[in-house]
Structures are given as structure tokens and as C-alpha cells.
Design a protein around this ligand. Structure first.
Ligand SMILES: Cc1cc2nc3c(=O)[nH]c(=O)nc-3n(C[C@H](O)[C@H](O)[C@H](O)COP(=O)(O)OP(=O)(O)OC[C@H]3O[C@@H](n4cnc5c(N)ncnc54)[C@H](O)[C@@H]3O)c2cc1C
Ligand code: FES
Length: 299
């Protein structure tokens, strides 16, 4: 394969040298990285991901969803958890440094029909793409609500929830924690944790979403569309929720990747076909798929 073949496969993705605006260390081994990428910040949509060269010595780049983009400032945000070598190096980056990025990659979330009720479900660092989606949905006049499962001290600033997007029965606790940045733009959020934590729903984030759906009036429930990103067991539970409540949705999958643009087939997921199922590449045909497209029993 030639370089031009690779470029064709990358489609609209560009290799860029980005500048680190800031790289904040956050509780629970998380980090928030802001990169200046110029005009590319105008092209990115929720669900797009980037490939970061964490270090020239590492053979493979590392894939990360975008958590936000500011077209006016020419910046994009990445919310990450330090789990290994590459993210360990990322955590050391300082403002002003230059880093190499390939972006934007993948297929973003498809915009839902008008008048639907978006319920966003995230696990851990899977918050990134749904956080971005929540903000863009609000800009387009939707009223999304977001449930986030996190086991550690909340890495992002929280406040006492003020918004009324969740049914009153799903307040669960006095002074429920909400994500401050989302609350500020009108997205109602709640946190869930398997570790009993004041202000949070005690249980799986999908149990919180189940409570939301169970307590919502039929008019809200019937118009609900799910959007989710997180570990595979969480996404499987989201699939069961969609089936149980008869709602549709989209999931952003996170498989191990190598090239990130369709060449190596390192990143496949089982997808339904008319004949049964087959593998599809997450990096080019995803990472976002309709929930009903995934062959969950083969995942
Ligand atoms: C489309 C996509 C979006 C992602 N978005 C985010 C995000 O917003 N925030 C975040 O914290 N993490 C995200 N991840 C996971 C992130 O890519 C891994 O945590 C990261 O690559 C780990 O690299 P490492 O060198 O620190 O870990 P190592 O374990 O040392 O990495 C070894 C190899 O495994 C790959 N790898 C390890 N874990 C994963 C994983 N969970 N998914 C894919 N590849 C993995 C690495 O890319 C590398 O090639 C995303 C993954 C994908 C596929
Ligand atoms: S990561 Fe190479 S084909 Fe998807």
C-alpha cells in the first residue's frame, strides 16, 4: 500500500501538529487536555475521534474521542484516564508543547429526529463523546439528560443539581451531584457509582437510566433515544434497556486500535447482516453504530 492509498483511506482526516493549550491532572488518574488544532476544530462532530502520537518511540498512536471543540478558538478537548504507557506519557505533557495528531476520524453520532428526548449514558472516560454530544444537542434545541457512572472521586467539577430534567422520583438523594459544565448549558445530569457515595445513585449507571425510563411519563419515554459510550458490559446493558423499553439509540464503541483509518483490521466488532452477522471495522464504519446494528450475542 502506498502513502497515497493511506491518505485516501484516511478520508478527511489530517495529520496535524497541535499545540497543548493546557493539560490538567484530575482526580482518579484522569486528565483534561486542550489542543490547539486551528481550522480543524470547525470540522469535528460528537463521536469523532483522534489518533494521538503519545511518543515517537511508541509504534502505535492512541485513539481518543473528542469531549468538546471550540471552533472560534480553534481548540479541541480530550478527557482521558491514565491506564498504560501512552496515557502515562500524555499525562506529562505541558502547555506549549507540540504533539502530533491525526483527525478527525470515524463516523460521528447521527443527529436524532426533531422532538426526541435524548438520554445519554456514559461510563468512566466514555463520558467524552456524550458530553460533546450533550452540548451540541442543547445548541440545536434538544433537552438531553445525562447519566454518568464513575467509581472514583468525580474528576470533573460537580454542583448540586438544579436542573429539572430528571423525574422527581429519580432525584434519589438530597442534593444530587450534577456536572457543573453541563448544568451551566442546560443539560440535566446525575452521577451513579457502585461505591455508595453521597449525592450519587448507588448502582450501575444503566440502573440509573432504567429508573429514569421507568419513572418518566409515557410521552417522554416513548420519545426517548439512547446515546451511550463506556465499557462493553455497560453497552450490553444499554442494549437490553433499549429492547425492554422499545427505544432506539446509538453507541460509540471503544475497541483496541492500531492504524485508526481502516488498514489493519485490528478494531472489528460484530455487526448484524441479512444473513447473520459479520465483522466491521470500528475505526471507519464506527465508532458510532445504531444499537440495533450490533450483534450483541457475538460481542
Ligand atoms: C474510538 C476510541 C475512543 C476512545 N476515547 C477515549 C477517551 O475519550 N478517553 C480515554 O481515556 N480513553 C479513550 N479510549 C481508550 C484509549 O484509547 C486507551 O485507554 C489508550 O489507548 C490506552 O493507551 P495506553 O498506552 O495508556 O495503554 P496500553 O494498555 O499501554 O496500550 C497498549 C495498546 O492497547 C491500546 N489500548 C489499550 N486500551 C485500549 C482501549 N480501551 N481502547 C482502545 N485501545 C486501547 C492502545 O492504543 C495501545 O495500542 C478510546 C478508544 C477508542 C478506540
Ligand atoms: S484500527 Fe486499523 S482498521 Fe481499524
Amino acid at each position: 500500500m502506498t502513502t497515497s492509498d493511506h491518505c485516501a483511506l484516511r478520508g478527511k482526516a489530517h495529520p496535524v501538529v497541535a499545540q497543548v493549550v493546557f493539560n490538567r491532572s484530575l482526580p482518579g488518574d484522569h486528565g483534561l487536555l486542550r489542543l490547539r488544532v486551528g481550522k480543524l476544530a470547525r470540522q469535528v462532530l460528537p463521536g469523532h475521534f483522534v489518533q494521538l502520537i503519545c511518543d515517537p518511540g511508541l509504534t502505535l498512536p492512541r485513539p481518543f474521542s473528542l469531549m468538546d471543540a471550540d471552533p472560534a478558538q480553534g481548540t479541541v478537548d480530550i478527557f482521558y484516564r491514565v491506564v498504560g504507557v501512552g496515557t502515562g506519557i500524555m499525562a506529562q505533557w505541558q502547555g506549549g508543547e507540540s504533539v502530533r495528531v491525526l483527525m478527525p476520524l470515524g463516523r460521528p453520532f447521527a443527529w436524532p429526529e426533531a422532538r426526541v428526548n435524548p438520554l445519554l449514558i456514559a461510563g468512566g472516560a466514555g463520558l467524552a463523546p456524550v458530553h460533546f454530544l450533550a452540548k451540541r444537542l442543547v445548541e440545536r434545541g434538544y433537552a438531553p439528560v445525562l447519566a454518568w457512572g464513575i467509581e472514583t472521586e468525580a474528576p470533573l467539577m460537580t454542583i448540586d443539581a438544579r436542573m429539572d430534567g430528571f423525574p422527581l422520583d429519580v432525584a434519589f438523594v438530597e442534593s444530587p451531584e450534577a456536572l457543573a459544565a453541563l448544568d451551566a448549558v442546560g443539560v440535566s445530569s446525575r452521577l451513579a457509582s457502585m461505591v455508595a457515595t453521597p449525592g450519587r445513585f448507588h448502582g450501575y449507571v444503566t440502573d440509573l437510566a432504567e429508573q429514569y425510563l421507568s419513572h418518566s411519563p409515557e410521552i417522554v419515554r416513548s420519545r426517548t433515544v439512547l446515546f451511550a459510550c463506556g465499557p462493553t458490559p455497560m453497552l450490553q446493558a444499554v442494549h437490553r434497556l433499549a429492547e425492554r423499553f422499545g427505544v432506539s439509540g446509538q453507541v460509540s464503541l471503544e475497541e483496541r486500535m492500531a492504524c485508526g483509518f481502516g488498514v489493519c483490521a485490528a478494531c472489528v466488532a460484530p455487526v448484524r447482516t441479512a444473513e447473520g452477522w459479520t465483522y466491521r471495522k470500528i475505526c471507519t464504519e464506527g465508532p458510532v453504530f445504531p444499537i440495533s446494528d450490533i450483534s450483541w450475542e457475538n460481542y
